[in-house]
Design a binder for this molecule. Structure first.
Ligand code: ZN
Length: 351
């Protein structure tokens, strides 16, 4: 008899709550992640000391490893150390860099990895992707998704407000990424995965519809769960497609060309706005502008300190950052003049 359903890769357990870190051992036991109890905990530089304090006596202090660079070399060094110490499971506690270094090292050794997020800056919490520094550039690597995911909202609430805003930009950009995917399906015949679309789109729409304040617990809970759903959408699709389109191409181009100190989600938020504007979907772009304004995100490059010339350059360079991805940018085949004209129209509406 055929199986009338498909198997989806998803975390064994998801826990989003204030003070979640204090129940880490319960989660490890419930998931039976460690057979021998040889668990290493990797913490980052930001809230490392507070994290260690919140762990209490759950973890042997000798098994706590500090990382800080977020590079592929550091991830390789971590894998070597975990291997030498005969660890059978690894927990990464911190922000994106710490989780990405830990995911990469755990994948290299085939170890189960638990992600404990202390901020909501992007959708890497539960995703099968690590973004790591490689030489002078940042690269995305396919890795195993975390076996279990925790978000400690106490830490999230204490992180800089910009981190929350960045998470809002990253998850809401799914709306633009999915519009790009639908376009690629229509024009190029690229297969589209309705399950991944449903997960990524619902995650974004939930954040759009959540009317709470940016720092209120109901909103942070919704944002955390939506970022986790985005990660599961990527696992379901086997690619970052449901969460990354022209919005991300523009952001990657800004990273490449140099864009100051904007965060990933701040850049993709502006990228999603401009891509939606290029698609001519004016009611949607007004809705995105309203949500971003409500949560204090930038809606123009100038608000991120990016000059008009640099932004136009990034839109033109965007397609070369993901040569295999068809989005509104590849579809319109814009030249410098047409991007400049579209940008002027955009500023007339939102500047
Ligand atoms: Zn992203």
């Amino acid at each position: 008899m055929p199986l009338l359903a498909r198997m989806l890769t998803a975390p064994l357990q998801v826990e989003v709550s204030a003070g979640a870190i204090s129940s880490l051992n319960e989660l490890l036991a419930a998931c039976r992640i460690s057979r021998e109890g040889q668990v290493a905990v990797v913490v980052g530089p930001g809230m490392g000391c507070e994290v260690v304090a919140a762990l209490g006596d759950q973890i042997d202090p000798a098994r706590i490893i500090h990382v800080e660079r977020g590079s592929v070399d550091e991830a390789a060094e971590l894998a070597t150390r975990l291997n030498q110490e005969s660890v059978d499971a690894v927990v990464g506690i911190g922000g994106g860099r710490t989780l990405d270094v830990t995911k990469f090292a755990a994948t290299r050794l085939g170890l189960p990895m638990v992600a404990v997020a202390t901020n909501l800056a992007h959708d890497g919490i539960a995703s099968p992707v690590s973004v790591l520094q490689h030489g002078s550039s940042r690269r995305s690597y396919g890795v195993a998704a975390p076996a279990a995911v925790m978000v400690d909202l106490d830490f999230v609430a204490r992180a800089p407000l910009r981190f929350v805003r960045s998470g809002v930009g990253d998850v809401v950009s799914n709306i633009s990424a999915i519009a790009d995917w639908r376009l690629a399906h229509e024009i190029m015949g690229e297969p589209i995965d309705g399950v991944a679309v449903a997960l990524a789109s619902t995650a974004a729409e939930a954040v759009v519809a959540q009317s709470g304040t940016t720092t209120g617990m109901p909103f942070l809970m919704c944002l955390a769960q939506s970022l986790i759903l985005s990660g599961i959408a990527m696992s379901a699709a086997g690619t970052s497609r449901p969460c990354s389109g022209a919005c991300h191409e523009i952001s990657h181009a800004l990273d490449h060309l140099g864009s100051g100190d904007s965060m990933h989600g701040e850049q993709v938020g502006v990228g999603a706005m401009f891509a939606t504007f290029l698609r001519g979907d004016h009611s949607r772009v007004d809705q995105l502008a309203e949500v971003f304004r409500r949560h204090g995100l930038a809606i123009t490059p100038a608000e991120l300190g990016i000059s008009p010339e640099r932004f136009v350059e990034a839109v033109l360079y965007g397609p070369s950052t993901r040569p295999d991805r068809f989005t509104i940018l590849e579809h319109l085949q814009l030249d410098a003049q047409s991007v400049g004209a579209a940008y002027s129209e955009y500023l007339e509406r939102f500047g």
